[in-house]
Write a protein of this length. Structure first.
Length: 317
């Protein structure tokens, strides 16, 4: 009963939203009450040794319920969205009550939609043929071929967007149906029954929480954490070092910026990042936005658990 809907899709809880909005604090009691496992949905918390700047759950918090997809990679590794979809799907298949927690919208999208166009496969021979054509005759020649078979897609795609132009041709040559006439997957086609929630708090409260979190990171030794990563051989150009809080420490360590100025820059950039996250998640109509007072009182946790278990808790929304 707890893992499948009438559509026979596994239920997956998601506690999403912008940074510093209280996702961890909400997810822990939900997971404890339902016997759930938390799956990290954060593109930075996957890295080992990057704890302070990523606001990773503490060891004490991690001990309360099982956590997955935390600390799964060394900081010099690269990690694609498609790999997250594979890793998360594997964990979801193994646990009874999976709970996604994080603010990386692309990770949620990767679990909600196929990463390619529908169920149409790929053909390396077709791709090579048109890449060779582009090399020999220019991308415009490939675009003209697409115009011949699928003018709607050709008008939508720029000739220099070679990957998508070739993919549109590939879809046609594999199926006989133009990409523009293919049924594109929607979130309703997701393989899981998502129960998604986010904390709805006033913007000034969110920004204040961000400022306090950044100040705490500095006090907790963010600069030392970055120095330790560099001392261990991590390149400042590594994918992980482009994360907020890390790239701003580099000029401080080079003596090019004061720590206080770097902290101010992190606060500003994190606010901008949170605004982009809010824009992303506000577009997702599946998400129920929980008033912050209900979250702080514990009523939101009650609602999430009751709804998951089949109870009527709509009066709290």
């Amino acid at each position: 009963m707890n893992t499948n809907t009438s559509m026979n899709k596994k239920r997956v809880i998601g506690i999403v939203g912008p940074t510093a909005s209280g996702k961890t604090a909400l997810s822990l009691p939900v997971a404890q009450r339902l016997g759930g496992h938390i799956l990290c949905m954060d593109s930075m918390q996957i890295y080992r040794g990057m704890d302070i700047g990523t606001a990773k759950p503490t060891k004490e918090e991690q001990a309360l319920v099982p956590h997955h997809l935390l600390d799964i990679l060394p900081p010099d590794a690269e990690y694609a969205v498609s790999r997250y979809a594979q890793d998360a799907a594997q964990v979801i298949g193994q646990v009874d009550v999976p709970i996604l927690v994080g603010g990386t919208g692309m990770y949620l999208q990767s679990l909600s939609l196929p990463m390619d166009y529908g169920a149409v496969g790929s053909d390396e021979g077709i791709r090579k043929k048109y890449h060779d054509m582009a090399d020999a005759e220019g991308p415009e020649a490939v675009h003209r071929r697409l115009m011949e078979i699928d003018s709607a897609s050709a008008q939508r795609l720029h000739p220099n967007d070679l990957r998508r132009v070739i993919r549109a041709i590939e879809v046609y040559e594999l199926t006989g149906t133009p990409l523009s006439e293919q049924k594109m997957p929607t979130v309703q086609d997701a393989p899981y029954d998502f129960h998604l929630y986010a904390v709805d708090m006033p913007r000034d409260m969110l920004y204040s929480r961000i400022d306090k979190r950044v100040d705490q990171m500095i006090r907790d030794g963010l600069l030392d954490e970055v120095q330790a990563l560099l001392d261990a051989g991590l390149s400042p150009n590594a994918q992980s070092m482009q994360g907020l809080g890390y790239k701003e420490m580099l000029p401080v360590l080079r003596g090019e910026m004061a720590l206080s100025d770097a902290a101010a820059l992190i606060r500003l950039r994190t606010r901008h990042f949170a605004k982009r996250q809010l824009t992303w998640f506000r577009r997702d109509e599946r998400i129920r936005w929980l008033p912050v007072d209900l979250v702080q009182s514990g009523k939101a946790c009650d609602m999430i658990c009751e709804r998951y278990l089949g109870g009527d808790s709509n009066e709290l929304i």
